[in-house]
Design a binder for this molecule. Sequence first.
Ligand code: ATP
Ligand code: MG
Length: 561
Amino acid sequence: MSDKETVTTEVKESRNFIEQIIDKDLAEGVYDTVNTRFPPEPNGYLHIGHAKSILLNYGLSQKYGGKFNLRFDDTNPTKEKTEFVESIKADVKWLGAEWEDRLLFASDYFGQMYEAAVKLIKKGKAYVSDLTAEQIREYRGSLTEPGKEDPSATRSIEENLQLFEDMKSGKFADGEKVLRARIDMASPNINMRDPVIYRVAHMSHHNTGDEWCIYPMYDFAHPIEDAIEGITHSICTLEFEDHRPLYDWVVRELEYPHPPKQIEFAKLYLTNVVTGKRYIKKLVEDGIVDGWDDPRLVSIAALRRRGFTPESIKLFVDLCGISKSQSSVDYAMLEYCIREDLKGKAPRMMAVLDPVKLIIDNYPEGQTEYVTAVNNPDNEALGSRQVPFGKELYIEREDFMEEPPKKYFRMFPGNEVRLMNAYFVTCTGCVKDENGKITEVHCTYDPETRGGNSNDGRKVKGTIHWVSAAHAVKAEVRLYENIIDEEKGVYNEDGSLNLNPNSLTVMRECCLEPAFAGAKAYDSFQFVRQGFFCVDSKDTTEDKPVFNRIVSLKSSYVLPK
Ligand code: ATP
Ligand code: MG
């Protein structure tokens, strides 16, 4: 590629506001590289919103040739667990974001954070306070009233150093003392009114065990972590905008040579979809869902299990764009993305979810022949396969009606339809059990229509998929709807979730064509007329595969311009 071509492609590409800030920083020499991080707190599973943050941060580091760190923000031992650390690593990796050897933990810097706090005390910029949490809240004032000076603020540097060391060595109970930054009790920004930066908590930490009984607060710890790691652009979500002056204060007062810059963007929300950890945790605990990876959830683990691909999530995040204003995206857009990704990748095969037997009365008993089926009409490279056909087949129960309404073009007595890739058949009737349930549908076939086309120009309006009864692979198939009853909104008046009682439908007697044998966890297929499905990684057994419907085929969704 010539230099000229490089220039034109760069000009054409539109830059989001974060890239514009970075471009300016690089042009003005503020930074000479772009290092980013994804800083999850290991207190739950990641969800689709986190995927946006991961792909944004990783994408920027790649685009500008910098580094990407995975750093656990594990400064609050109460809610953090190793289980979450492992799940987060798996999710970030699955999305394709590579941290190389930079798997980092905020807790690894506890020593440096302690030293940083001592440095502030020595500069007269921090003091140990005797106020209780409640008093601190009272003294803090409000949006309209300034705060009041903390009576402990007059302590000498020596006294503060001694008390802080006593905090560290376990001389105080939880809540008895805190370390506060000395900034400005009258600041219009409440975050700047002498924020607490260290607290006493006699608690074991998942990484450092009982080494520490004091822990740094997030607003103090986060800028230090960024600065230690040489992060240039510390990208976070909008709720931290008001904390930015404190972030800058910490970096400045600690005199880090390469101060990182915080930039905020709007969180990703999905309309009528639950992402809050608190709610998901309750659904898990109440047994309403089958764990954090239940395919009805939008945790990354759940999306993966349902059959979403990293490519589909990337496409989704790209389409959402990066913005400063809060908005909510339709779940249908996520569905659009997975259809786009799978349509040329997943083989299209026949599966009958709610089977009823179809018997071809004039077909030779015991005969099997093979018909050719194209594996993916959108991708010739996937080739074709041979599908067994015989006298007894399964078709969808809903593809036969004894007394059809108008415009029903499938099977009913006297009607001719196409069995996909096979023959034209004419329905002759059905057999019922003593309860009136249809147990068999009967038809005759026209041997002249092999391949599913007549040679006399005869047309049929309906095409039906089928599976040879003698060769069928039995499977369980799970169909999903939103776990929320969208008509009623997400929450009830008491704050509980408005659950959709029909969010899961289990089809236990499904019949699949034999080409499905050997399908492995996470393999995806298009089931003719039914949608895209993925082999469930949790409940599939040797004897019985379980499939999750990722998404149905059709949608009225139109991509926004
Ligand atoms: P939640 O409350 O939804 O569980 P969180 O903010 O508590 O999320 P963290 O582990 O603190 O979860 O988040 C890690 C990173 O992911 C942060 O930088 C945060 O800003 C970002 N993030 C969290 N939720 C979203 C979202 N919905 N959209 C984009 N980024 C998000
Ligand atoms: Mg958080």
